[in-house]
Design a protein around this ligand. Structure first.
Ligand code: AMP
Length: 281
């Protein structure tokens, strides 16, 4: 496995590697890798001649400086995991390598980033779009892989790819969960034993709301149910629960199956912010 910290030698390596018919798959991550990340690597490996995993905690996508400071970092362990699953290339740049001075380029996604994550984390998606665009330019992949857990991110990057004509295909990979349903996340490492147990409430309330909606109940009823379930767990707070059109992320008031609704939730367990989602069908 090749490890690069600098852009120029990575580009030179990829140029040398790529001959007619070869494809490159990119898996962008912020490290503290778990099996969810590794399933993206596996998917990329099964579809491409070479898989590049980037590990970079991107400061411009953090609207909360404490969250950035406390974000788990474990490069040595990450490299071992990637080696084990047969990843071909790791790109782990420094801030200086990725940003020359202040980042001034801003993205505006209109309605797409005014709801849910965009509403509660202002500037987050502009930072995500900026860093992912940089990775696309550096690696020039044929395919890029993202997790369903960050569905809004996937929809936004899809728009970036279409508008900036990156000429690559995006793939969404299903969310990997712990045995008790908690969506795997690097942030789970920050939960203590009690918080870890409480964190399952997000998955449980998504399941309950999904069941409710499948039985034909109204979205307002499902929202009340989720709010009540979360309220019962001390130390857990709900930031939002929304049912949205999975393509344009319009928040729905009524279920319309043509919009392929997705149920999205975010909240805190102690001071750790977690998100999850589930399609209605
Ligand atoms: P992150 O390191 O949290 O920025 O995540 C990097 C990529 O892994 C993103 O595309 C995430 O959506 C994806 N990912 C994170 N958690 C999971 C999971 N539990 N299952 C599948 N993919 C995930």
């Amino acid at each position: 496995m090749e490890i690069f910290k600098k852009i120029a030698p990575l580009k030179a390596f990829l140029k040398e590697f790529r001959t007619v018919g070869d494809t490159i798959g990119l898996v962008p991550t912020m490290g503290a890798l778990h099996n969810g990340h590794l399933s993206l690597i596996d998917t990329s490996k099964s579809q491409n001649s070479l898989t590049v995993c980037s590990i970079y905690v991107n400061p411009t996508q953090f609207n909360n400086p404490v969250d950035l400071q406390k974000y788990p970092r474990n490069l040595e362990e990450d490299v071992k995991l990637l080696q084990k699953v047969g990843c071909d290339v790791v790109f782990c740049p420094s801030n200086e390598e990725m940003y020359t001075g202040q980042a001034s380029l801003k993205f505006d996604f209109g309605a797409l980033d005014k709801v849910m994550e965009g509403k509660f984390r202002p500037g987050h998606f502009s930072g995500v779009a900026l860093v992912v665009s940089k990775f696309f330019n550096i690696v020039n992949p044929d395919r890029a892989y993202f997790g369903q857990k960050d569905w809004q991110q996937f929809a936004i990057i899809q728009q970036v790819v279409e508008e900036l004509k990156f000429g690559l295909t995006l793939h969404s990979v299903p969310t990997l969960r712990e045995a008790d349903g908690l969506a795997m996340s690097s942030r789970n490492l920050r939960l203590n034993e009690q918080e870890r147990l409480k964190a399952t409430i997000f998955h449980q309330s998504l399941l309950a709301a999904q069941e409710n909606l499948r039985q034909g109940r109204k979205i307002t009823d499902a929202k009340k149910l989720v709010e009540e379930m979360i309220k019962k767990v001390p130390g857990v707070t709900l930031e939002y629960f929304e049912v949205a059109d999975s393509k344009n992320l319009n928040v729905l008031e009524f279920v319309n199956e043509a919009e392929k609704p997705i149920l999205c939730i975010a909240g805190y367990v102690g001071d750790v912010r977690l998100i999850d989602n589930m399609f209605l069908k």
